[in-house]
Design a protein around this ligand. Structure first.
Ligand code: SF4
Length: 125
């Protein structure tokens, strides 16, 4: 994946949302895959992390930041690495979203789809 130069990583004036993240009280390794994790183990861990994000009061702030920072690793705002990679591929690197809120606007419905029942392997009846 092409990385954004560090100088382009957004520096939000306020990081208040991190203080309210639901992940602060859980094992952080749930959100970042260990080396060589593949297949079912990875899917299960991602789903567990997404379920925590789905109930997090600052999920949208977190997802917005992760997209703007082009975070390569971990589950952020309910978006897995694969979810974000799909979003990154759609974005124009010459006009990359950097202002607060632009990440969510660029991602569109992908942010909610990432934590929809289908994302957890659950189908509606
Ligand atoms: S959305 Fe998920 S990763 Fe982001 S602060 Fe909340 S629990 Fe943590």
């Amino acid at each position: 994946m092409p990385q954004q130069p560090l100088a382009q990583v957004p520096h939000d004036a306020t990081w208040f949302w991190q203080e309210h993240g639901s992940c602060r009280s859980v094992d952080p390794t749930l959100f970042f895959h260990p080396q060589n994790e593949r297949g079912t183990a990875r899917i299960r861990r991602d789903r567990t992390a997404k379920a925590i994000c789905a109930r997090c009061p600052v999920r949208l702030d977190c997802a917005d930041y992760a997209i703007r920072a082009r975070e390569p690793y971990g589950v952020w705002g309910g978006l897995s690495e694969d979810d974000r990679e799909r979003i990154y591929r759609r974005l124009d690197s010459r006009n990359y979203p950097r202002q607060r809120g632009d990440g969510l606007r660029a991602a569109g419905s992908e942010v909610d789809r990432a934590i929809s029942p289908g994302a957890f392997g659950v189908t509606a009846h």
